[in-house]
Design a protein around this ligand. Sequence first.
Ligand code: GAL
Length: 412
Amino acid sequence: MKLTTKMLGATAIVAASATAANAVEMEVMHWWTSGGEAAAVAQFAEALNNNTDNTWLDGAIAGGGDVARPVMVSRIIGGDPPAAFQFNHGRQAEELVEAGLLLDLTDVAEEQNWAEIINPPSLLEACTYDGRVYCAPVNIHSWQWMWLSNAAFETAGVEVPQSWTEFVETVPALEEAGITPLAMGGQAWQQNGSFGVMAIALAGEEAWLAVNRDKDAEVARGPEYARVFEAFGAARDYSAGLQVQDWNQATNAVIEDTAAAQIMGDWAQGEFALAGEVAGEDYSCLPGLGEVAVLDTGGDAFFFPVTGDPEMEAAQKELAALLLSPEVQVAFNSAKGSLPIRGDVDLTTVNECTQKGLDLLAAGQTLPSGNELLSPDTITQLNDLMTQFWNDTSMTPADVQEQYAQIIESAS
Ligand code: GAL
């Protein structure tokens, strides 16, 4: 993809301001290995290769973020860092920043006016530590979605539900028709992430903020959350018919109409798009599970390890500027199923699901993501508890609610 001369100006400013702009091979580590993710990250690689002197060396790691992040950290701490790596924006990179291992991008952010172009501003705040900018946010990805196979509900002889409550009412007909009501992969982040979406939808935004922002264990022990744990226990039963590991395998079951629904972030749209599925015709989407009108402003960002090499540093800063340029933002987010980090661009593919997300964003009906509020250590504890509950049907909702509240009580 060739950038316009206007956009080349942005990268040229950064390149010219750097001490050297020789050709650099840049290893970029990320965990985007599904079909949709790979199609999206290819847009970044193409933009770097076609518009700078540098070369993208793809460092994809399979297995999701919980597998990939430790590999990236070990490379950085081991003194063999990549040129750039993907994390979620928020608290994941706190310790690397505190250790002085990541490149300060504040000069790029100021030169490129990130404070004016990034929308919502919370995305730049989630890349800012002690007043300095350490990452380039590249998208808004919200967990707060449920994806539905229209054909699966038609086969079961029921209407496509417009809420989690209506979905639960269709479960007997789906099971009768031999369709798995809810598709869920076997990784802990998928189970804990889905629980968080159900908590916002069924306990409400205020209760979710009390628990995740304010660490209020009494709310976690309370009746609103008891309703969520009961529903999550039922969801465990709805997914028993499908045994897959990766999130996109679960999405594929919805695409193939063998499963009726999946709670998953809007990165799932990249899979529907790649399969040629049409929103509104082949699949439906319910932000906030159709129970609350909300989007979370989670997403991905690129960080750049300190290397001590002026040529690499110049190339890193050039790449950071390029990732936020309008054309690259449109090309990447259109393929990724995410929303752009700037309000002055129009995506090439805006289907009815993307439009629902854009409308929620424009209305300010947003929440921070768990990655912005909870430490990686707390998230790991919650992941471990929720996958234990998901896999051990002897655990009752009451058992897991108390253990959940204890983790929140000591959350950092
Ligand atoms: C998220 C990431 C998304 C998506 C998902 C599944 O953490 O923000 O870009 O790829 O993981 O891999």
